[in-house]
Design a protein around this ligand. Structure first.
Ligand code: UDX
Length: 439
């Protein structure tokens, strides 16, 4: 099939490459010309495992190309995926839908043939009919343009695997149309043939299922982090507790990693957008629990700063602190709402000299936080530090033997904010070791 993907960020660029992998002819469209040039050279403008290889392969064969022109995109195919960003509106909990509506407004006047527009962006429930109305009003093809809601559940750093082998596919369709479902079934045929279930629902359910999934994942993380607070007060070990809890198949171990909490471009803003929309619809009370989920998550950052202050005898002024981690999680260079960087910035505000090390996210972090120091080598970054904070659990950090670090550090202190350093090895190497959620 021929198809386009409008919006080539993390979601869109991965989707475009994976659609080529499924055998389709794909044109990715993004209004950022620099991004288009990088993608056309067969590279991703961000770090995602395996994506460079896939982009290089399919841009070389011509099966995948990128453009900044809506006219080219509209002329290329009659199936258009939209994966533009829907960030949080600054100063509110609401979604900023301007990129989505902007894309629809620019595409619509160029749709002269019957077409299917499949939206993947995460939105507040009730957005699909607004997109349909705009398409029908502005497209010359009128109501022959159909809308499908096709939410995306991909995790950064597992984006290719999650796109090609998802747990489930969801199609939200308009009860009055059936062509769109058939087109999407054909498009995803190779995925469903290998056993992935496809759920066809109404629009509202498809919109809500994505937001509910993220709200549940966030709740699970904050639940274990609330227990971590309890463990610290009671002298228990939350890591061991989570291992044992996770053995219960009804609970499961996934998403139960205690620590500094969640960040990134999705969970925090989707949680807030979900609650804001529930309030608009008069059911905010039922979702009040999610406000606490957000508050628990914020408290992890405060708790880490407080623990650092205490480890440095109550005064951060002029103290040298090294932070291992800038990305919001390992495997990505994405620093959006990164818990590690939020803590680093706060420590700097409180007077500490902060040096940050990260295997992939330093360039992005440097642009956003020019007030911090950055050192690529985690061993060099720790030299002469009064305190080391481990805040993003890159495997590289766990592999550094603490004996290599003790040299040059006068009275070494470390706080493990992610529970993946080995306390025994660090203590044996002479470090004063603290971990979130442990006595
Ligand atoms: C998430 C959802 O998983 C995905 O389905 C959705 O489409 C987009 O949002 P992503 O943001 O890539 O994906 O990250 P994810 O791997 O879910 O982690 C989110 C955050 O939670 C990270 O900051 C991670 O460090 C944190 N986390 C995750 C924990 O603190 N504990 C856990 O057990 C799991």
């Amino acid at each position: 099939m021929k198809l386009t993907v409008i919006g080539c960020g993390h979601l869109g660029a991965t989707h475009a490459a994976c659609m080529a992998e499924l055998g389709h002819e794909v044109l990715g469209m993004d209004s950022d010309m620099d991004k288009v040039a990088i993608l056309n050279s067969g590279k991703a403008p961000f770090h995602e495992r395996g994506l460079d290889d896939m982009l290089a392969k399919y841009t070389a064969t011509g099966q995948l190309a990128f453009t900044a022109s809506y006219a080219e995109a509209a002329a290329f195919a009659d199936l258009h995926f939209i994966g533009v960003g829907t960030p949080q509106q600054p100063g509110t909990s609401d979604y900023d839908l301007s990129q989505l509506f902007g894309a629809v407004r620019r595409l619509a006047p160029r749709l002269t043939n019957p077409a299917v527009v499949a939206v993947k962006s995460t939105v507040p429930v009730g957005t699909a009919p607004r997109v349909r109305d705009m398409l029908h009003e502005y497209a010359p093809a009128g109501d022959a343009v159909e809308v499908v809601w096709n939410p995306e559940f991909l995790r950064e750093s597992h984006a290719i695997e999650d796109t090609l082998r998802p747990d489930r596919l969801v199609l939200g369709v308009d009860a009055h149309h059936s062509r769109a479902e058939a087109v999407l079934r054909q498009c995803f045929g190779r995925i469903t043939a290998s056993g992935t279930p496809m759920f066809v629902t109404d629009w509202a359910t498809a919109e809500l299922v994505k937001a509910s999934a993220n709200a549940f994942l966030a709740t699970k993380i904050s639940f274990i982090n609330a227990i971590a607070e309890f463990c610290e007060a009671a002298g228990a070990d939350v890591g061991r507790l989570a291992d044992i809890l996770g053995q219960d198949a009804r609970i499961g171990r996934h998403g139960l990693r205690p620590g500094l909490g969640f960040g990134g471009g999705c969970l925090p803003k989707d949680l807030r957008g979900f609650v804001a929309r529930a309030e608009e619809l008069g059911v905010g009370r039922s979702l009040a629990i999610l406000r606490e989920v957000d508050a628990i998550n914020d408290r992890r950052r405060e708790r880490t700063v407080e623990l650092a202050r205490r480890q440095l005898d109550g005064d951060l002024g002029g103290k040298r602190i090294t932070v291992w981690g800038a990305a919001f999680k390992p495997g990505t260079d994405d620093i959006r709402d990164s818990p590690a960087l939020a803590v680093a910035q706060k420590l700097h505000e409180l007077g500490a000299e902060v040096t940050v090390s990260d295997p992939k996210a330093l360039d992005n972090a440097r642009k956003t936080c020019p007030e911090l120091d950055f050192v690529a080598d985690p061993v060099i970054a720790v030299q002469d530090a009064d305190l080391l904070l481990h805040l993003t659990e890159w495997p590289q950090f766990s592999l550094v033997h603490p004996r290599r670090l003790a040299v040059g550090v006068s009275a070494p202190k470390v706080i493990d904010g992610r529970g993946t350093l080995d306390p025994v090895a660090w203590r044996e190497a002479g470090w004063n070791f603290r971990a979130l959620g442990c006595p």
